[in-house]
Ligand binder design. Structure first.
Ligand SMILES: NC(=O)c1ccc[n+]([C@@H]2O[C@H](COP(=O)([O-])OP(=O)(O)OC[C@H]3O[C@@H](n4cnc5c(N)ncnc54)[C@H](OP(=O)(O)O)[C@@H]3O)[C@@H](O)[C@H]2O)c1
Length: 283
């Protein structure tokens, strides 16, 4: 089995590439930079069509990720939508596992756990909008689309580093009241990516299968008590901070920690997949 993994130089794609190699597959890491294993096939998603020659299966994780500064939506679209189209063309009928995101769902509040039928609309960020447009193409092309939420793990470059920076004076200052939310261990996502090629085309939520209490998790992971600050005040600060590179709290991060988004993973479980890992805070 030869598996092409895009985004293998990144956090989630690297985990997928390592797991694929460990399970005996030949891995092609398709992207601008090499992955942790396998052969590198150069591809800039913003401008080029990838060379997928020899691949039996394609797992697509490359994406422009995060919360771009104002005016950067075109750059996100070039990768997450136009690059997506070029990848699907190159896949030419090969099975494609497409890693999307729970950011495509219509923002909360949510009355219950979200199934894959929750509306895909009104995303607040360029990331959410362009991921939604990309996965629409993938679904139309018959791909298996996975929707993880807030992926964490040892080399997480996004969520946990930002969370660590909210600690001030021995307290973690979190926007809004405590909520219940889903998280996805990167090892669960990688496992799902390599299991999913046999699943019927369509969208599947992928999480740890646990509804975590935000404050408990953050307090345990960061080792400090949680204090709450008003969401509106934090959003206003983030809007100003968004004018600078690398703000501590972006709209994207605020959504991740304030929206009580729990994903229903029954559809993936019905395919025989089960999350094997949950967050075990070390304190
Ligand atoms: N992390 C999360 O919480 C989370 C949650 C839900 C969904 N996801 C999805 O998971 C996937 C991977 O995210 P991640 O957290 O692993 O992000 P990441 O660490 O930032 O990795 C992004 C990957 O995309 C590649 N990429 C970006 N622009 C590219 C371009 N123009 N051409 C080719 N490759 C390009 C990067 O390559 P370079 O090394 O060249 O930059 C990198 O390999 C994404 O599709 C994301 O939407 C992530």
């Amino acid at each position: 089995m030869r598996i092409a993994v895009t985004g293998a130089s990144g956090f989630c794609g690297g985990e997928v590439a390592r797991l694929a190699a460990a399970s005996g597959a030949e891995v092609l890491c398709v992207g601008r930079r090499p992955g942790p294993v396998g052969r590198h096939v150069r591809w800039d998603a913003a401008t080029e069509t990838p060379d997928l020659a020899g691949a039996d299966v394609v797992v697509h994780l490359a994406a422009a990720v995060g919360d771009p500064r104002r005016g950067a939506e075109d750059a996100f679209r070039a990768v997450n939508v136009d690059g997506a189209r070029r990848l699907l063309d190159a896949a030419a009928g090969r099975p494609v596992v497409w890693v999307s995101s729970a950011s495509v769902y219509r923002p909360g509040p949510y009355a219950a756990a979200l199934t894959e039928d929750h509306p895909i609309q009104a995303q607040r960020t360029a990331y959410g909008r362009t991921k939604a447009a990309g996965e629409k193409l993938a679904l139309a092309a018959g791909a298996v689309v996975l929707r993880p939420r807030a992926v964490y793990g040892d080399a997480d470059p996004h969520l946990m580093p930002r969370l660590r920076r909210i600690v001030r004076g021995g307290r973690a200052w979190l926007p809004g009241p405590d909520v219940t939310l889903s998280l996805t261990d990167v090892r669960n996502l990688a496992d799902a990516c390599l299991t999913a090629p046999g699943w019927p085309a369509g969208a599947y939520n992928i999480t740890d299968g646990v509804a975590y209490r935000r404050d408990e998790i953050v307090s345990s992971v960061l080792g400090v008590p949680v204090r709450h600050v008003p969401v509106a005040a934090v959003r206003a600060l983030a809007a100003v901070a968004g004018l600078r590179p690398s703000p501590v709290l972006t709209r994207y991060t605020i959504d991740q920690v304030t929206e009580g988004m729990v994903l229903d993973i029954s559809r993936a479980k019905a395919q025989g997949w089960k999350p094997r890992y949950t967050l075990t805070p070390s304190g």
